[in-house]
Every structure is written in structure tokens, then in C-alpha cells.
Design a protein around this ligand. Structure first.
Ligand code: ARG
Length: 576
């Protein structure tokens, strides 16, 4: 689907393909010509290397083949010139007037020309999904941040996205929690219940269950009561959820993240039994040592346990039931799950079970590596828990220090507001600028750097362009640069316009691959091209016609940077 948005390449490839056919008919054996950005701008904007392979089939020298192709058809309006170079490269130089028309078209279109790929298509996106009664910690940041960027990109591409926060709000831990809540908390602590208190209760209750079998039995009894709908336990459990949800929402508000649904695991509790029954009916779930399992030998995986020997259901059972429910309710084309790499086997297993059940909905597990601090790994299960909120506080505090140091007449409120945009943006970008499947070593120095591939660098690049636009307005008040033609006379202006043209394709590639870093790399590249443009081409001091044309280019850069950062969930303040 990228080809349809790679306007230049696709259109050029069409023309080159037609030229090959005009010169050699089908004998060139060319299914479709391939055109790519030129490696060296001195040789044109794009190049096609297909003459080499065709030459072998035609038994002719490649250079002669390339020359025949170039002569075969008159130049289309989009091309200024076509040349053969070296052993037979076909170098294509795009016409500045054509390019100007194309890029201006994108600038006037919603989301800078993103194609409406998702019309009539639904994606369920399951991300963040923290566990109730545990604080959200840095381990959850990647799912939230990556999932939200994917969410924003798919929505912008016209998909109907159902973002579902699949909370871990059900399971055996609630027996330990309810029993511990009654035993370990004072009335005052119960009154002003916090997630921290719940976490302590859990650890205490868990430790006691290891030492005292009677304690574990009592916990199990509380769990059974909860599962059977005992009103008192149910009320306590609901309280745990409300407290956790309040805490999660605080973090989401700071991160600018929102969900369409908050259906926790408990939402599917009532359809677990029938899900296992369905698997049995289809001959998929069989008995094994008192449990019900789906064998996955053919798929090269261990059995998937769907009901334990004590009658309880597993994480996998809930996920299978969740697929049934989502397919029935939303008829999605795909369901995408964002979690860390440790859950890969779980997803492969239950995806295989869903395939056996005949589900054709595409199920995709987008996994990411763990994030490391130089001292070690953030982990849910190990002690070293760094709370996400503490991390966000620290980011804002550090950003505020930097902003205060440059102290240029902003009010304190403005500084704080900006520190939030920069600090949170820095954290998000540090995550999103890496391939999700690589290990990230997070450092404050890199995340908050004003130079290099960082969030603050891109925000700053955007703000600088905005300030230039403001200066233009002050210089020639009331003048509309849109009334002047876009000239693209200098190579660097053309390079900038060509790069702006690549925005829609970059977003599509990032969305398709579930890799926001593809978009981040694009934005970083754009800001670098902008910087060399700005160094080489005076804007405000140029002749009025050139000045207006250049300011139009600048406005497009600002537009794409803001749009692109927005898709990554990062704010782009006009002033830094
Ligand atoms: N609650 C899980 C965790 O924190 C993540 C859930 C992911 N979604 C899913 N449908 N399994 O590890």
C-alpha cells in the first residue's frame, strides 16, 4: 500500500515502465519498473537501475538499453530531464514546477495528504493494559507510548480504531488482596486507600501465604466468594479497581493518552466457561491430568491450558474469549496487542487456538524489548520498580531547569506548561525513536539533548520555524505568501520539497510495520534538511518573490513537524 502514496516514485516508475515497453515490448521482461531516490543529488532526484537486469535478458550492453529507454518516449510534465549515467543508470530529474504543485496540494490537504486507507476498516488496539492494585511503573510506558502512537497513526489514516485498555482486573491475586486488605490495613488506611497500600498488602499477604498454609486457604476462599458474586468481596474488588483506575488516569492525562474502552479481563468472565465448552465441542480442548488443554504440537508449541485442574481459567482463556467478543461486536479487520517481549509465546499460543477456531481476523502481537537504565532493567516482577509517575516528575523537573536557564521572559505558568510538553515529549521520543524490538538504554542526557535525534531537538526545530513565520508576519503584516508562486529554484529547496512529499509514505510505512521510529526518523531527517536549507537560503532578507516562496516552504515544514510529532503523541509548542 506504500506505493500508492509514494507519489513521485510511483508515477515515475509508471513512466519508466512504459518507456521500457515502448523500446523493447515484453522482451525486456520487466514486470514493474523500480524507481528510488537518487543516492547522489548531483545525478538527479531519482534513479532507475532496471536497465542492468533487462540488458542480460536482451543480451545487449546495459548502457545501450538505458539509452534506448530514455529515447523511447517524450518527457512527461513531471520530468525536467532524464540522463543515462555510468554503466546504465537512468537518472531522473523532477520538474520544479510540477513538484511545487504536488507539495502545495499536500499542504492544503488534511493531515498533509495522508491517504484515507482505513475507510470502512476497523482495528482493535489493545495497549497499556496495566494490572489493578499495582502501580503503573516504567515497564508500562512502552506499551502506552508505542500503542498510542500506533493508535494516532491509524486514526489519521482513516481507520476506525477501538483503543481498549485491557486491564488485568481479575485473577488469583484478588484472593490474596482481599484477605490482606481486611487483615493488614487500619480503618484509616482503608478509608484513604492508595495503590501503594494495595501493593504492600499484596506483598505481605503473599509472603504470609508462603509461610502459613491456612492463610493461603483463607485467600482462596475469599477468591471463590468473589467469583461467586459475594456482595462484600465484590464491593472491595470494585474499590480496588476504582482506586487503580484513578491512578492510571492521572498518568494517562499527563501522557495525553485516552481509550475508547476500559474492558478489563473481568468483562469476559461470564463467557469463559462457554469458550472452553466451544473448544471441547470442536474437539480442540482435551483433558490432560484433570485440566483442559489445546495441543499445539503441530505448531511446535507447548499445550495451551484453557482450564486448570482446579477449574480456574487462565490468561489465555480470557484472551481467546476476548477475541470472540471483539470479533462479534466490532468485526475488526485486525486486533493488535502491544506488550513486552516476554509475552510472545502466550500470544503465539492463543493466536494458534483462535486460528483453529476458524477466526480469520488478523491477530498481531507488537512486542517490544525491555527498557534499560544503565544500572539495570526495569521489570514488573523484580524489586527494582521505578514508578512511572516518578519518572514523569523527573522529566518535567529537568526540562524546567533547562527552560529556566534560558529564561526569556516567560511567566512561571508558561514555563511549567512548556516543561511538561518538553519533558514528557522527551520521554516519549526516547522510546519512539528506536525500533520497538531493540533494547533501549535510557539516559536523561540523550533524551533531553537539544542536539541530535531527540524530542526536544524536534520541538525546538518546529518552534524555530514558527518564530520565523511570526517574524515574516511582523515584517510584512497582512501579506499572504500563498498568493506567491512556490519557486524551488535552489537544489536545497527542491530537496526540502521532495522530502516533504515523503511524509504520507513515511506515516504509512510506520503504521503498517507498527514502528513509530520510521516516522521519527523521517521527522529527524526533515529537520536536518530544513537546517541546511536555512543555513544556505536567507528567507526574510531575500527578494520579495523568493522570500514569499521560501516562507511557504517553511510553513510546510512547520506543518509536517507538528503533524508528525502529533502522530507520535508529542506536543509541538510554537514557542520554546
Ligand atoms: N495486563 C497484562 C500485563 O500487564 C497485559 C495485557 C495485554 N493484553 C492482552 N489482551 N493480553 O502484563
Amino acid at each position: 500500500m506504500c506505493d500508492t502514496v509514494n507519489r513521485c516514485e510511483a508515477q515515475l516508475a509508471e513512466w519508466v515502465g512504459a518507456a521500457f515497453r515502448a523500446a523493447f515490448g515484453e522482451a525486456a521482461g520487466l514486470e514493474a519498473a523500480r524507481v528510488q531516490a537518487a543516492t547522489d543529488p548531483r545525478f538527479g532526484d531519482f534513479q532507475c537501475n532496471d536497465a542492468m537486469a533487462a540488458a542480460k535478458r536482451l543480451r545487449q550492453p546495459p548502457r545501450a538499453v538505458a539509452e534506448a529507454v530514455v529515447r523511447a518516449l517524450p518527457l512527461p510534465p513531471m520530468l525536467e530531464k532524464v540522463e543515462v549515467a555510468g554503466p546504465g543508470f537512468i537518472n531522473l530529474t523532477v520538474s520544479p514546477a510540477w513538484l511545487a504543485g504536488q507539495v502545495a496540494g499536500l499542504a492544503g490537504a488534511p493531515h498533509f495528504g495522508l491517504p484515507d486507507l482505513g475507510r470502512g476498516r476497523t482495528v482493535v488496539l489493545d495497549y497499556s493494559s496495566p494490572n489493578v492494585a499495582k502501580p503503573m511503573h516504567i515497564g508500562h510506558i512502552r506499551s502506552t507510548v508505542i500503542g498510542n502512537a500506533i493508535d494516532r497513526m491509524y486514526r489519521a489514516l482513516g481507520f476506525r480504531v477501538i483503543a481498549d485498555n485491557h486491564l488485568g482486573d481479575w485473577g488469583t491475586q484478588f484472593g490474596l488482596l482481599i484477605q490482606g486488605y481486611r487483615a493488614f490495613l487500619s480503618d484509616a488506611e482503608r478509608e484513604a486507600l492508595t495503590v501503594e497500600a494495595l501493593e504492600r498488602v499484596y506483598v505481605q499477604s503473599y509472603n504470609r501465604s508462603k509461610e502459613e498454609p491456612g492463610w493461603l486457604d483463607a485467600c482462596k476462599a475469599e477468591l471463590v466468594k468473589l467469583q461467586q458474586g459475594d456482595p462484600e468481596n465484590r464491593a472491595i474488588w470494585e474499590r480496588f479497581i476504582a482506586i487503580s483506575r484513578g491512578e492510571f488516569e492521572r498518568v494517562y492525562t499527563r501522557l495525553g493518552v485516552g481509550f475508547d474502552l476500559w474492558r478489563g479481563e473481568s468483562f469476559y468472565n461470564d463467557i469463559l466457561a462457554e469458550t472452553v465448552a466451544l473448544l471441547e465441542e470442536r474437539g480442540l480442548a482435551v483433558e490432560s491430568e484433570g485440566a483442559r488443554v489445546v495441543r499445539l504440537e503441530d505448531e511446535g508449541m507447548p499445550v495451551c491450558i484453557v482450564r486448570k485442574s482446579d477449574g480456574g481459567y487462565n490468561y489465555a482463556t480470557t484472551d481467546i474469549a476476548t477475541v470472540r467478543s471483539r470479533v462479534a461486536e466490532f468485526a475488526p479487520e485486525r486486533v493488535v496487542y502491544v506488550t513486552d517481549e516476554r509475552q510472545q509465546l502466550h500470544f503465539r499460543q492463543f493466536f494458534a487456538v483462535c486460528a483453529k477456531l476458524g477466526y480469520t481476523t488478523h491477530l498481531e502481537h507488537v512486542w517490544f524489548g525491555l527498557m534499560r537504565l544503565p544500572e539495570g532493567t526495569f521489570s514488573t516482577r523484580q524489586g527494582n520498580v521505578i514508578k512511572l509517575e516518578a519518572l514523569l516528575d523527573e522529566a518535567e523537573r529537568r526540562a524546567l531547569e533547562i527552560i529556566q536557564a534560558s529564561n526569556d521572559g516567560m511567566s512561571e505558568d508558561e514555563q511549567r506548561e512548556l516543561a511538561a510538553a518538553v519533558g514528557i515529549g522527551a520521554i516519549k521520543y526516547a522510546d519512539l525513536s528506536h525500533d520497538p524490538q531493540t533494547l533501549i538504554v535510557f539516559t536523561w542526557e540523550k533524551a533531553l539533548a537539544l542536539e541530535g535525534n531527540s524530542g526536544p531537538y524536534l520541538q525546538y526545530a518546529h518552534a524555530r520555524v514558527c518564530s520565523l513565520l511570526d517574524k515574516y508576519t511582523a515584517l510584512v503584516p497582512g501579506r499572504d505568501p500563498q498568493a506567491s508562486p512556490l519557486l524551488l529554484a535552489e537544489p536545497v529547496e527542491k530537496a526540502l520539497a521532495l522530502q516533504l512529499m515523503q511524509f504520507p509514505a513515511a506515516v504509512v510505512r510506520a503504521a503498517e510495520a507498527y514502528k513509530p521510529n520510521v516516522l521519527a526518523d523521517y521527522l529527524f531527517g526533515l529537520s536536518q534538511t530544513y537546517s541546511s536549507f536555512y543555513q544556505r537560503s536567507p528567507v526574510l532578507k531575500a527578494e520579495p518573490e523568493v522570500r514569499d516562496s521560501r516562507i511557504r516552504l517553511c510553513a510546510m515544514v512547520a506543518q509536517v513537524l507538528a503533524e508528525g510529532l502529533g502522530l507520535l503523541g508529542i506536543r509541538a509548542p510554537r514557542r520554546i
